[in-house]
Ligand binder design. Sequence first.
Ligand code: PCA
Length: 198
Amino acid sequence: MKILITGFGPFDRFSFNPAQVVAKALEEENEDVTSSILPVVFGDARKAMQDDLEDLDPDLVISFGLNATIGHIALEEIAVNIASSEIPDNSGNMPLDQVLADKGPLSYRSTLPLKKILEKLRNDDIPAALSYSAGVYICNEIFYTLMEYCDRTGAKGGFIHLPMATEMIAADVRMYRVPHMSMDTLKQASRIVLEASR
Ligand code: PCA
């Protein structure tokens, strides 16, 4: 089986991105996994993902990203054909209510076994929930882009949002009210996601 796992580099005010750490760890732990770290830039992220999909032609694609407002693993159900943000990306872009694909459908639905993943995460005492919006920032752009590929090829794929890592906030007491999980727990969660999706 050929598996592509993607994460993102740092963006906004965050010192690092736990999605980058889990993607690299899964590649190190699994011979059939290739990881890619995508730029947090509208358009560039989509292009990099399209290139990775074309190069690898994977049977399974799982993308991870950070959502700093949640305290659980969010199993994303729906990618939408919209790009919009009032927070600049890493190149200063702030698209307003644009479409990602002119002739594409309004939405795609994840083809990962999300209910199975949910059960396995909770059985391992890791907080997790289904989510019906991955937002309209770059994570959704990547989710939509990978689902176009899955729709065309029959590959399985989807998107998972992670909370902040404890290690990102420990040095800054002003961040102590922000929900977070240890990097070890986030890595364990990503292993469960991968194994349940195979
Ligand atoms: N999270 C952002 C983009 C990169 C990331 O890790 C998002 O939720 O769109």
